[in-house]
Design a protein around this ligand. Structure first.
Ligand code: BG6
Length: 515
Protein backbone atom coordinates (compact mmCIF):
# COMPACT_ATOMS: atom_id res chain seq x y z
CA UNK A 1 0.00 0.00 0.00
CA UNK A 2 1.59 3.29 -0.89
CA UNK A 3 1.03 7.02 -0.96
CA UNK A 4 2.60 8.98 -3.77
CA UNK A 5 4.48 12.10 -2.83
CA UNK A 6 4.79 14.71 -5.53
CA UNK A 7 6.82 17.88 -5.98
CA UNK A 8 5.07 21.26 -6.05
CA UNK A 9 3.86 22.14 -9.58
CA UNK A 10 6.50 24.84 -9.90
CA UNK A 11 9.26 22.30 -9.22
CA UNK A 12 8.04 20.26 -12.15
CA UNK A 13 8.14 23.11 -14.62
CA UNK A 14 10.92 25.40 -13.39
CA UNK A 15 13.76 25.37 -15.90
CA UNK A 16 17.11 24.79 -14.20
CA UNK A 17 19.93 26.96 -15.52
CA UNK A 18 22.44 24.76 -17.32
CA UNK A 19 25.91 24.81 -15.83
CA UNK A 20 28.56 25.92 -18.28
CA UNK A 21 31.83 24.06 -18.41
CA UNK A 22 35.13 25.68 -19.28
CA UNK A 23 36.15 25.08 -22.88
CA UNK A 24 38.82 22.43 -23.20
CA UNK A 25 40.25 19.43 -24.98
CA UNK A 26 39.22 16.06 -23.60
CA UNK A 27 41.84 13.41 -24.32
CA UNK A 28 40.54 9.87 -23.81
CA UNK A 29 43.15 7.13 -23.36
CA UNK A 30 41.60 3.77 -24.20
CA UNK A 31 39.40 5.39 -26.83
CA UNK A 32 38.51 2.13 -28.55
CA UNK A 33 37.42 0.50 -25.28
CA UNK A 34 34.03 -0.46 -23.97
CA UNK A 35 33.67 2.37 -21.47
CA UNK A 36 34.41 5.05 -24.05
CA UNK A 37 31.80 3.69 -26.40
CA UNK A 38 29.11 2.86 -23.87
CA UNK A 39 29.40 5.69 -21.38
CA UNK A 40 31.89 8.45 -22.05
CA UNK A 41 31.16 9.47 -25.62
CA UNK A 42 27.37 9.33 -25.17
CA UNK A 43 27.71 11.47 -22.03
CA UNK A 44 29.90 14.08 -23.71
CA UNK A 45 27.58 14.10 -26.72
CA UNK A 46 24.54 14.71 -24.51
CA UNK A 47 26.30 17.49 -22.64
CA UNK A 48 27.19 19.19 -25.91
CA UNK A 49 23.71 18.76 -27.32
CA UNK A 50 22.14 20.23 -24.20
CA UNK A 51 24.36 23.28 -24.54
CA UNK A 52 26.53 22.81 -21.44
CA UNK A 53 29.81 23.27 -23.22
CA UNK A 54 29.00 24.84 -26.52
CA UNK A 55 31.79 27.28 -25.90
CA UNK A 56 34.19 24.64 -27.13
CA UNK A 57 35.04 21.12 -26.19
CA UNK A 58 37.24 19.13 -28.53
CA UNK A 59 37.84 15.43 -28.08
CA UNK A 60 40.94 13.46 -29.00
CA UNK A 61 40.71 9.68 -28.70
CA UNK A 62 44.02 7.87 -28.12
CA UNK A 63 44.33 4.11 -28.60
CA UNK A 64 46.39 1.31 -30.10
CA UNK A 65 44.28 0.39 -33.16
CA UNK A 66 45.21 2.20 -36.37
CA UNK A 67 42.22 4.36 -37.31
CA UNK A 68 41.62 7.51 -39.28
CA UNK A 69 39.62 10.34 -37.77
CA UNK A 70 36.73 9.27 -39.97
CA UNK A 71 36.90 5.63 -38.81
CA UNK A 72 36.86 6.86 -35.22
CA UNK A 73 33.90 9.15 -35.88
CA UNK A 74 31.96 6.34 -37.55
CA UNK A 75 32.59 3.98 -34.61
CA UNK A 76 31.60 6.63 -32.09
CA UNK A 77 28.49 7.61 -34.02
CA UNK A 78 27.25 4.06 -33.86
CA UNK A 79 27.83 3.89 -30.12
CA UNK A 80 26.23 7.24 -29.40
CA UNK A 81 23.21 6.40 -31.53
CA UNK A 82 22.47 3.12 -29.79
CA UNK A 83 23.37 4.21 -26.28
CA UNK A 84 20.70 4.89 -23.72
CA UNK A 85 22.88 7.70 -22.56
CA UNK A 86 22.48 9.71 -25.74
CA UNK A 87 19.05 11.16 -25.19
CA UNK A 88 19.45 13.96 -27.64
CA UNK A 89 20.59 12.26 -30.83
CA UNK A 90 19.80 14.05 -34.07
CA UNK A 91 21.68 14.35 -37.31
CA UNK A 92 22.20 18.05 -36.75
CA UNK A 93 23.60 17.56 -33.25
CA UNK A 94 25.83 14.76 -34.44
CA UNK A 95 27.31 16.77 -37.29
CA UNK A 96 28.18 19.60 -34.91
CA UNK A 97 29.71 17.16 -32.44
CA UNK A 98 31.61 15.05 -34.97
CA UNK A 99 33.47 18.13 -36.20
CA UNK A 100 35.18 18.22 -32.80
CA UNK A 101 36.32 14.58 -32.73
CA UNK A 102 39.73 13.32 -33.77
CA UNK A 103 41.91 10.28 -33.15
CA UNK A 104 45.56 9.60 -32.41
CA UNK A 105 46.87 6.08 -32.76
CA UNK A 106 49.67 5.09 -30.41
CA UNK A 107 51.00 2.52 -27.96
CA UNK A 108 50.34 3.78 -24.44
CA UNK A 109 53.59 2.17 -23.26
CA UNK A 110 55.62 4.19 -25.78
CA UNK A 111 56.81 7.65 -24.64
CA UNK A 112 56.62 8.80 -28.29
CA UNK A 113 52.83 8.60 -28.11
CA UNK A 114 52.80 11.41 -25.54
CA UNK A 115 55.23 13.53 -27.52
CA UNK A 116 52.93 13.14 -30.54
CA UNK A 117 49.97 14.07 -28.34
CA UNK A 118 51.76 17.18 -27.07
CA UNK A 119 52.39 18.24 -30.67
CA UNK A 120 48.78 17.56 -31.61
CA UNK A 121 47.44 19.61 -28.69
CA UNK A 122 49.73 22.51 -29.52
CA UNK A 123 48.65 22.46 -33.18
CA UNK A 124 45.04 22.42 -32.10
CA UNK A 125 45.62 25.36 -29.74
CA UNK A 126 47.25 27.37 -32.47
CA UNK A 127 44.27 26.63 -34.67
CA UNK A 128 41.94 28.07 -32.01
CA UNK A 129 41.20 25.16 -29.64
CA UNK A 130 41.24 25.75 -25.91
CA UNK A 131 44.48 25.39 -23.94
CA UNK A 132 42.69 23.52 -21.12
CA UNK A 133 43.45 19.82 -21.15
CA UNK A 134 41.51 17.02 -19.51
CA UNK A 135 43.19 13.60 -19.64
CA UNK A 136 40.77 10.72 -19.11
CA UNK A 137 42.36 7.35 -18.28
CA UNK A 138 39.87 4.77 -19.42
CA UNK A 139 42.53 2.05 -19.18
CA UNK A 140 43.26 -0.93 -16.91
CA UNK A 141 44.87 -0.07 -13.58
CA UNK A 142 48.10 -1.78 -14.71
CA UNK A 143 48.51 0.66 -17.63
CA UNK A 144 47.57 3.83 -15.75
CA UNK A 145 51.10 4.47 -14.34
CA UNK A 146 52.59 4.38 -17.85
CA UNK A 147 50.11 6.95 -19.10
CA UNK A 148 50.70 9.22 -16.12
CA UNK A 149 54.48 9.03 -16.55
CA UNK A 150 54.16 9.56 -20.30
CA UNK A 151 52.10 12.70 -19.72
CA UNK A 152 54.66 13.97 -17.22
CA UNK A 153 57.62 13.30 -19.51
CA UNK A 154 55.92 15.11 -22.38
CA UNK A 155 55.30 18.10 -20.06
CA UNK A 156 51.55 17.75 -20.40
CA UNK A 157 51.01 17.90 -16.63
CA UNK A 158 52.00 21.57 -16.59
CA UNK A 159 50.11 23.92 -18.77
CA UNK A 160 50.91 27.59 -19.35
CA UNK A 161 47.85 28.07 -21.51
CA UNK A 162 45.16 26.78 -19.16
CA UNK A 163 44.60 23.93 -16.74
CA UNK A 164 45.65 20.27 -16.95
CA UNK A 165 43.45 17.78 -15.11
CA UNK A 166 43.49 14.01 -15.01
CA UNK A 167 40.63 11.57 -14.47
CA UNK A 168 41.52 8.07 -13.30
CA UNK A 169 38.90 5.36 -13.70
CA UNK A 170 38.19 2.68 -11.14
CA UNK A 171 39.47 0.26 -10.04
CA UNK A 172 42.15 2.51 -8.60
CA UNK A 173 44.76 -0.23 -8.09
CA UNK A 174 43.85 -3.79 -7.12
CA UNK A 175 44.85 -3.74 -3.45
CA UNK A 176 46.18 -1.36 -0.82
CA UNK A 177 49.76 -1.60 -2.00
CA UNK A 178 49.04 -0.94 -5.67
CA UNK A 179 46.63 1.89 -4.80
CA UNK A 180 49.36 3.52 -2.70
CA UNK A 181 51.84 3.10 -5.55
CA UNK A 182 49.37 4.58 -8.04
CA UNK A 183 48.66 7.52 -5.73
CA UNK A 184 52.39 8.09 -5.44
CA UNK A 185 52.85 8.01 -9.21
CA UNK A 186 49.97 10.31 -9.98
CA UNK A 187 50.92 12.78 -7.24
CA UNK A 188 54.51 12.89 -8.45
CA UNK A 189 53.20 14.22 -11.76
CA UNK A 190 49.96 16.10 -10.96
CA UNK A 191 48.78 18.11 -7.92
CA UNK A 192 46.04 16.40 -5.87
CA UNK A 193 43.67 19.25 -6.83
CA UNK A 194 44.06 18.25 -10.52
CA UNK A 195 43.41 14.53 -9.90
CA UNK A 196 39.85 13.22 -10.25
CA UNK A 197 39.45 9.59 -9.17
CA UNK A 198 36.12 8.65 -10.62
CA UNK A 199 33.47 6.44 -9.06
CA UNK A 200 30.45 6.89 -11.26
CA UNK A 201 28.04 6.03 -8.43
CA UNK A 202 28.78 9.41 -6.90
CA UNK A 203 27.39 11.07 -10.02
CA UNK A 204 24.02 9.38 -9.71
CA UNK A 205 21.26 11.81 -8.80
CA UNK A 206 19.92 9.62 -6.02
CA UNK A 207 23.34 9.14 -4.50
CA UNK A 208 23.76 12.90 -4.28
CA UNK A 209 20.28 13.07 -2.83
CA UNK A 210 21.45 11.08 0.21
CA UNK A 211 23.17 14.25 1.46
CA UNK A 212 20.10 16.37 0.82
CA UNK A 213 17.80 13.85 2.46
CA UNK A 214 19.94 13.42 5.56
CA UNK A 215 21.09 16.98 6.13
CA UNK A 216 18.35 19.03 4.44
CA UNK A 217 15.59 17.71 6.72
CA UNK A 218 15.39 18.04 10.47
CA UNK A 219 13.14 14.99 10.62
CA UNK A 220 15.59 12.16 10.04
CA UNK A 221 19.00 13.17 11.38
CA UNK A 222 18.10 12.96 15.10
CA UNK A 223 17.12 9.31 14.54
CA UNK A 224 20.07 8.40 12.33
CA UNK A 225 22.16 6.50 14.86
CA UNK A 226 22.52 3.33 16.93
CA UNK A 227 19.74 4.36 19.33
CA UNK A 228 17.06 4.04 16.67
CA UNK A 229 18.54 2.08 13.78
CA UNK A 230 18.68 -1.70 13.96
CA UNK A 231 20.62 -2.39 10.76
CA UNK A 232 21.39 -1.01 7.34
CA UNK A 233 21.18 -3.05 4.17
CA UNK A 234 22.86 -1.98 0.93
CA UNK A 235 22.19 -3.94 -2.25
CA UNK A 236 23.43 -3.57 -5.82
CA UNK A 237 21.88 -6.42 -7.80
CA UNK A 238 22.18 -6.78 -11.55
CA UNK A 239 20.57 -9.27 -13.94
CA UNK A 240 23.46 -8.55 -16.34
CA UNK A 241 26.26 -11.08 -16.60
CA UNK A 242 29.86 -10.20 -17.35
CA UNK A 243 28.99 -9.19 -20.93
CA UNK A 244 32.19 -8.93 -22.95
CA UNK A 245 34.35 -8.09 -19.93
CA UNK A 246 35.30 -11.59 -18.82
CA UNK A 247 39.05 -10.90 -18.89
CA UNK A 248 38.61 -7.92 -16.60
CA UNK A 249 36.16 -9.79 -14.40
CA UNK A 250 38.32 -12.88 -14.04
CA UNK A 251 41.02 -10.68 -12.50
CA UNK A 252 38.71 -8.43 -10.54
CA UNK A 253 35.68 -10.26 -9.15
CA UNK A 254 32.68 -8.64 -7.49
CA UNK A 255 34.46 -7.53 -4.32
CA UNK A 256 36.99 -5.37 -6.16
CA UNK A 257 34.60 -4.37 -8.94
CA UNK A 258 31.66 -3.19 -6.85
CA UNK A 259 32.27 -3.29 -3.10
CA UNK A 260 35.72 -1.66 -3.04
CA UNK A 261 34.30 1.51 -4.51
CA UNK A 262 30.58 1.90 -5.30
CA UNK A 263 29.18 0.14 -2.26
CA UNK A 264 31.66 1.58 0.22
CA UNK A 265 30.79 5.00 -1.15
CA UNK A 266 27.09 4.36 -0.55
CA UNK A 267 27.92 3.19 2.95
CA UNK A 268 30.04 6.22 3.77
CA UNK A 269 27.39 8.66 2.54
CA UNK A 270 24.81 6.85 4.64
CA UNK A 271 26.96 6.82 7.76
CA UNK A 272 28.97 10.07 7.59
CA UNK A 273 28.70 12.98 10.01
CA UNK A 274 27.34 16.27 8.63
CA UNK A 275 30.11 18.18 6.83
CA UNK A 276 30.51 21.87 7.71
CA UNK A 277 30.09 22.79 4.03
CA UNK A 278 29.55 21.12 0.68
CA UNK A 279 33.13 21.84 -0.38
CA UNK A 280 34.94 18.87 -1.85
CA UNK A 281 37.28 18.52 1.11
CA UNK A 282 34.67 18.98 3.81
CA UNK A 283 32.49 16.21 2.35
CA UNK A 284 35.38 13.88 1.58
CA UNK A 285 36.86 14.31 5.04
CA UNK A 286 33.66 13.05 6.65
CA UNK A 287 33.45 10.09 4.26
CA UNK A 288 37.05 9.10 5.01
CA UNK A 289 36.29 9.13 8.72
CA UNK A 290 33.59 6.50 8.19
CA UNK A 291 35.90 4.27 6.16
CA UNK A 292 38.57 4.58 8.83
CA UNK A 293 36.06 3.55 11.48
CA UNK A 294 35.44 0.22 9.74
CA UNK A 295 37.77 -2.24 11.44
CA UNK A 296 39.61 -4.43 8.91
CA UNK A 297 38.55 -8.07 9.31
CA UNK A 298 40.81 -10.88 10.44
CA UNK A 299 40.54 -14.34 8.90
CA UNK A 300 37.94 -15.52 11.45
CA UNK A 301 35.78 -12.44 10.77
CA UNK A 302 36.06 -13.07 7.05
CA UNK A 303 35.01 -16.71 7.47
CA UNK A 304 32.01 -15.70 9.58
CA UNK A 305 30.94 -12.41 8.00
CA UNK A 306 31.48 -12.72 4.26
CA UNK A 307 29.88 -14.87 1.58
CA UNK A 308 31.08 -15.20 -1.99
CA UNK A 309 29.23 -16.77 -4.85
CA UNK A 310 29.42 -17.56 -8.52
CA UNK A 311 26.45 -18.07 -10.81
CA UNK A 312 25.70 -21.26 -12.62
CA UNK A 313 23.24 -21.68 -15.50
CA UNK A 314 19.67 -20.62 -14.82
CA UNK A 315 16.57 -18.89 -16.10
CA UNK A 316 16.42 -15.12 -16.14
CA UNK A 317 13.44 -13.16 -17.41
CA UNK A 318 12.19 -16.32 -19.10
CA UNK A 319 15.44 -17.06 -20.92
CA UNK A 320 17.92 -19.80 -20.26
CA UNK A 321 21.29 -18.22 -19.53
CA UNK A 322 24.68 -19.86 -19.19
CA UNK A 323 26.74 -20.04 -16.04
CA UNK A 324 29.78 -17.86 -15.38
CA UNK A 325 32.20 -20.68 -16.15
CA UNK A 326 30.58 -21.13 -19.55
CA UNK A 327 31.00 -17.44 -20.49
CA UNK A 328 33.52 -16.90 -23.31
CA UNK A 329 36.96 -16.16 -21.89
CA UNK A 330 36.23 -17.58 -18.43
CA UNK A 331 38.27 -20.53 -17.10
CA UNK A 332 36.31 -23.78 -16.68
CA UNK A 333 37.36 -23.92 -13.05
CA UNK A 334 37.30 -20.17 -12.41
CA UNK A 335 37.15 -19.14 -8.78
CA UNK A 336 36.27 -15.49 -9.42
CA UNK A 337 33.28 -14.41 -7.38
CA UNK A 338 30.29 -12.88 -9.13
CA UNK A 339 28.43 -12.33 -5.85
CA UNK A 340 29.49 -10.99 -2.46
CA UNK A 341 27.57 -10.42 0.75
CA UNK A 342 29.21 -9.15 3.89
CA UNK A 343 28.60 -7.54 7.21
CA UNK A 344 30.64 -4.49 8.12
CA UNK A 345 30.75 -2.63 11.43
CA UNK A 346 31.38 1.10 11.67
CA UNK A 347 33.05 1.36 15.05
CA UNK A 348 32.29 4.91 16.09
CA UNK A 349 30.00 6.65 18.57
CA UNK A 350 27.10 6.96 16.15
CA UNK A 351 27.12 3.43 14.74
CA UNK A 352 28.69 1.08 17.24
CA UNK A 353 26.68 -2.16 17.29
CA UNK A 354 24.74 -1.48 14.06
CA UNK A 355 25.56 -3.99 11.32
CA UNK A 356 25.83 -2.75 7.73
CA UNK A 357 24.97 -5.62 5.40
CA UNK A 358 26.24 -5.27 1.86
CA UNK A 359 25.33 -7.43 -1.10
CA UNK A 360 26.08 -7.29 -4.79
CA UNK A 361 25.98 -9.76 -7.63
CA UNK A 362 25.66 -10.44 -11.33
CA UNK A 363 22.86 -12.45 -12.94
CA UNK A 364 20.53 -11.91 -10.02
CA UNK A 365 16.74 -11.96 -10.24
CA UNK A 366 16.26 -8.23 -10.72
CA UNK A 367 17.98 -4.91 -11.14
CA UNK A 368 17.99 -3.08 -7.84
CA UNK A 369 20.40 -0.73 -6.12
CA UNK A 370 19.12 0.52 -2.80
CA UNK A 371 19.96 1.45 0.76
CA UNK A 372 17.44 0.25 3.34
CA UNK A 373 17.67 1.70 6.80
CA UNK A 374 15.81 -0.54 9.22
CA UNK A 375 14.63 1.09 12.44
CA UNK A 376 14.27 -0.76 15.72
CA UNK A 377 10.89 -2.26 16.52
CA UNK A 378 8.67 -0.49 19.02
CA UNK A 379 8.10 -2.25 22.36
CA UNK A 380 5.54 -5.00 21.82
CA UNK A 381 3.38 -3.94 24.76
CA UNK A 382 0.67 -1.94 23.05
CA UNK A 383 -0.77 -3.62 20.02
CA UNK A 384 -0.15 -7.32 20.40
CA UNK A 385 -3.14 -9.16 21.76
CA UNK A 386 -5.38 -11.88 20.35
CA UNK A 387 -5.34 -11.55 16.58
CA UNK A 388 -3.83 -8.08 16.69
CA UNK A 389 -0.44 -7.47 15.20
CA UNK A 390 2.27 -4.93 15.83
CA UNK A 391 3.10 -2.96 12.66
CA UNK A 392 6.45 -3.85 11.09
CA UNK A 393 9.45 -1.72 12.13
CA UNK A 394 9.92 1.41 10.01
CA UNK A 395 12.14 1.21 6.95
CA UNK A 396 13.54 4.10 4.95
CA UNK A 397 14.47 2.85 1.54
CA UNK A 398 16.62 4.99 -0.73
CA UNK A 399 16.35 3.57 -4.25
CA UNK A 400 19.37 4.44 -6.32
CA UNK A 401 18.06 2.64 -9.40
CA UNK A 402 15.86 1.87 -11.16
CA UNK A 403 12.73 3.84 -10.29
CA UNK A 404 14.84 6.34 -8.35
CA UNK A 405 13.27 7.63 -5.17
CA UNK A 406 12.73 7.20 -1.46
CA UNK A 407 10.06 5.34 0.44
CA UNK A 408 9.24 5.30 4.10
CA UNK A 409 7.19 2.58 5.68
CA UNK A 410 5.19 3.13 8.84
CA UNK A 411 2.40 1.54 10.79
CA UNK A 412 -1.22 2.62 10.45
CA UNK A 413 -4.48 1.32 11.83
CA UNK A 414 -6.24 -0.99 9.45
CA UNK A 415 -9.71 0.50 8.92
CA UNK A 416 -12.54 -1.33 10.63
CA UNK A 417 -13.38 -2.74 14.01
CA UNK A 418 -10.54 -3.71 16.29
CA UNK A 419 -7.08 -2.24 16.61
CA UNK A 420 -5.13 -3.91 13.86
CA UNK A 421 -1.90 -2.48 12.60
CA UNK A 422 -0.79 -2.54 8.99
CA UNK A 423 2.36 -1.30 7.33
CA UNK A 424 1.89 1.40 4.68
CA UNK A 425 4.47 3.10 2.51
CA UNK A 426 4.90 6.73 1.49
CA UNK A 427 6.69 6.65 -1.80
CA UNK A 428 8.54 9.44 -3.58
CA UNK A 429 9.82 8.75 -7.08
CA UNK A 430 11.71 11.19 -9.26
CA UNK A 431 9.61 10.13 -12.21
CA UNK A 432 6.27 10.88 -10.55
CA UNK A 433 7.44 13.98 -8.72
CA UNK A 434 9.35 15.69 -11.50
CA UNK A 435 8.12 13.90 -14.59
CA UNK A 436 11.68 13.54 -15.82
CA UNK A 437 14.58 11.18 -16.01
CA UNK A 438 17.55 11.95 -13.83
CA UNK A 439 20.81 12.92 -15.57
CA UNK A 440 23.27 10.19 -16.42
CA UNK A 441 26.10 9.93 -13.85
CA UNK A 442 28.91 10.35 -16.36
CA UNK A 443 27.39 13.60 -17.61
CA UNK A 444 27.31 15.05 -14.11
CA UNK A 445 30.85 13.95 -13.39
CA UNK A 446 32.41 15.06 -16.66
CA UNK A 447 30.80 18.44 -16.26
CA UNK A 448 32.15 18.69 -12.71
CA UNK A 449 35.69 17.95 -13.86
CA UNK A 450 35.41 20.57 -16.54
CA UNK A 451 34.21 23.03 -13.91
CA UNK A 452 36.94 22.01 -11.43
CA UNK A 453 34.59 20.66 -8.77
CA UNK A 454 36.01 17.55 -7.07
CA UNK A 455 33.24 16.98 -4.50
CA UNK A 456 31.93 13.89 -6.26
CA UNK A 457 35.37 12.34 -6.76
CA UNK A 458 37.38 10.16 -4.43
CA UNK A 459 40.38 11.60 -2.61
CA UNK A 460 43.70 9.70 -2.50
CA UNK A 461 43.42 8.80 1.19
CA UNK A 462 39.81 7.76 0.67
CA UNK A 463 40.78 5.20 -1.97
CA UNK A 464 43.46 3.84 0.34
CA UNK A 465 40.94 3.63 3.20
CA UNK A 466 38.66 1.60 0.91
CA UNK A 467 41.45 -0.85 0.09
CA UNK A 468 42.36 -1.11 3.77
CA UNK A 469 38.95 -2.74 4.24
CA UNK A 470 38.96 -4.86 1.08
CA UNK A 471 42.53 -6.21 0.91
CA UNK A 472 42.34 -8.25 4.16
CA UNK A 473 39.18 -9.90 2.83
CA UNK A 474 40.91 -10.85 -0.43
CA UNK A 475 43.90 -12.15 1.54
CA UNK A 476 41.74 -14.23 3.88
CA UNK A 477 39.75 -15.65 0.96
CA UNK A 478 43.01 -16.81 -0.59
CA UNK A 479 43.74 -18.81 2.58
CA UNK A 480 40.27 -20.12 3.39
CA UNK A 481 38.87 -23.20 1.62
CA UNK A 482 37.30 -22.25 -1.70
CA UNK A 483 33.51 -22.48 -1.69
CA UNK A 484 31.98 -24.97 -4.13
CA UNK A 485 31.30 -22.85 -7.22
CA UNK A 486 28.85 -22.35 -8.82
CA UNK A 487 26.67 -21.86 -5.77
CA UNK A 488 23.71 -19.92 -7.13
CA UNK A 489 21.63 -20.18 -10.25
CA UNK A 490 21.40 -17.29 -12.68
CA UNK A 491 18.07 -15.57 -12.05
CA UNK A 492 18.03 -16.39 -8.31
CA UNK A 493 18.62 -14.14 -5.30
CA UNK A 494 22.18 -15.35 -4.84
CA UNK A 495 23.61 -18.14 -2.66
CA UNK A 496 21.28 -19.34 0.10
CA UNK A 497 24.11 -19.08 2.56
CA UNK A 498 24.01 -15.26 2.30
CA UNK A 499 20.83 -15.41 4.40
CA UNK A 500 22.83 -16.82 7.28
CA UNK A 501 24.72 -13.53 7.64
CA UNK A 502 21.61 -12.01 9.15
CA UNK A 503 20.05 -13.30 12.30
CA UNK A 504 16.79 -12.92 14.25
CA UNK A 505 14.14 -10.97 12.38
CA UNK A 506 16.62 -9.44 9.96
CA UNK A 507 16.15 -10.27 6.28
CA UNK A 508 17.57 -9.19 2.93
CA UNK A 509 15.02 -7.43 0.79
CA UNK A 510 13.61 -9.75 -1.86
CA UNK A 511 14.87 -9.19 -5.37
CA UNK A 512 11.60 -8.98 -7.23
CA UNK A 513 11.21 -7.95 -10.84
CA UNK A 514 10.52 -4.20 -10.98
CA UNK A 515 6.98 -2.94 -11.20
C1 BG6 B 1 30.80 -0.78 -12.97
C2 BG6 B 1 31.18 -2.22 -12.81
O1 BG6 B 1 31.67 0.05 -12.25
O2 BG6 B 1 29.48 -0.60 -12.48
C3 BG6 B 1 30.20 -3.11 -13.55
O3 BG6 B 1 32.48 -2.40 -13.32
C4 BG6 B 1 28.79 -2.82 -13.12
O4 BG6 B 1 30.51 -4.48 -13.36
C5 BG6 B 1 28.50 -1.33 -13.19
O5 BG6 B 1 27.91 -3.51 -13.99
C6 BG6 B 1 27.17 -1.01 -12.58
O6 BG6 B 1 26.90 0.34 -12.83
P1 BG6 B 1 25.42 0.86 -12.91
O7 BG6 B 1 25.55 2.33 -13.07
O8 BG6 B 1 24.79 0.17 -14.09
O9 BG6 B 1 24.79 0.44 -11.62
Amino acid sequence: MSTIISATPSARTEAQPLPQADPGVLVIFGASGDLTRRKLLPAVFDLSSQGCNVSGLDIVGVGLPEMTDNDFKAAMRQSVEISNGARTFSEENWQKFAGRLSYLSGDLADPQTYQALARRLEEMRQAGASGNHLFYLSVPASIAPKVIQGLGEAGLNKNENGWARIVVEKPFGRDLESARALNKTVLSVFEESSVYRIDHYLGKETVQNILMFRFGNSLFEPLWNRNFIDYVEITAAEPLGVENRSKFYEETGALRDMVANHLLQLLSLTAMEPPFSLDADAVREQKVQVLKAIRPMNIEDVAARTVRGQYGPGVLEGNLVRGYRQEPGVAEDSTSETFVALELRVENWRWSGVPFYIRTGKRLASHLTEIRVHFKPTPEALFVSGQNRQPEPNIISIRIQPDEGISISFGAKRPGLGMNGITVTADFTYRDAFGMNTPVAYETLLLDVMMGDATLFTRGDEVEAEWRIITPIEQAWAQLPRPQFPNYAAGSEGPEIANALMWGERRWNHLRPQR
